[in-house]
Design a protein around this ligand. Sequence first.
Ligand SMILES: [Zn+2]
Ligand SMILES: [Zn+2]
Length: 351
Amino acid sequence: MHCQCVHEFGQPLRPDDRPDMTPRGTEVILSVTAAGVCHTDLHIREGGYDLGHGRKLEFAQRGIALPLVMGHETVGEVVAAGPDVGTLDRGKKYVVYPWIGCGTCAVCASGQEQLCMKPQFLGMHVDGGYATQIRVPHPKYLHEIGDIPPEKRRTAGLFGAYGLWRAQEGGKHAERPCASGDRRWRPWADVRATVAGAGGQAPVFVDIDPVKRASALAAGACAAVDPRAADAVAQIHAAAGEAPLAAIDFVGAEATAELGFDALGKGGTYVIVGLFGGAAPWALPLIAVRALTIRGSYTGSPGEFAELMQLARNGAIKPIPTTCYKLDEAEDVLNSLAGGKIVGRAILAGV
Ligand SMILES: [Zn+2]
Ligand SMILES: [Zn+2]
């Protein structure tokens, strides 16, 4: 099998050729037909996150061993299954749930594997989808992609679904205390991926890139605001009706966190999904005075992923713009992503 690997943090990916995989026990081997390229992968290649105040979270000290095949947004076809797999339809394409835990702790038993303290995430702790083959430890992590039209199979839906999954997940957290019908619950969302309207209401989209703003409006955002505008907060308030009670930050930078915080109404919830980096820019007394909730959202549970895939199969999720590249273009694609040149989602599809 062929793969693109991180051999050294901070260095370009390098191609590798390895023997084809053989499954043991409950393992399933998929032939990868598509692998989404994610901002998270940029951080992995770089070797950590900027924590602000001159500090850095180093993956090398967090149990991420090299060489590593990145890629946690993977679709493939079954080529081999271990003796304990049982029945599995080999004629289908599957998307892989990647946020796999140890499987034995109380957190995993509660169905929140993505929060396990001994994570085995595909593409992060264990080899992922930037490859012609991927090893999945159990068929329960496979979800049929359903009747997505053949021409869109590689280019639509499911990878967008990941972005949307995070959006939906962020939206879920933001919506939790929401009184339905309250106009102020139209969320403000600073997104790099398309958002299909959390809770059925179109979000206000904020991004510095005019191309991405246009793309968001085309995808159904009720307004698209340039955060650099002097009256950005006023524009957000006008578009949402008044100060919104929910903001989802898909960037997670100091500038976005500051603007999002300033735009929120009293009693609002600020959900951080993005991992760009930096330190919190907020004045502590204002968090209390304005009764704000600041919370994080990290992927979603296996059960939530199953729900999302059901929505995708039912056609409830609009595809986002995607572009396909060859597996061996992975390094160039990552560089384009780092340069802000990718609109929607980049997908590695085939060698
Ligand atoms: Zn991702
Ligand atoms: Zn666990």
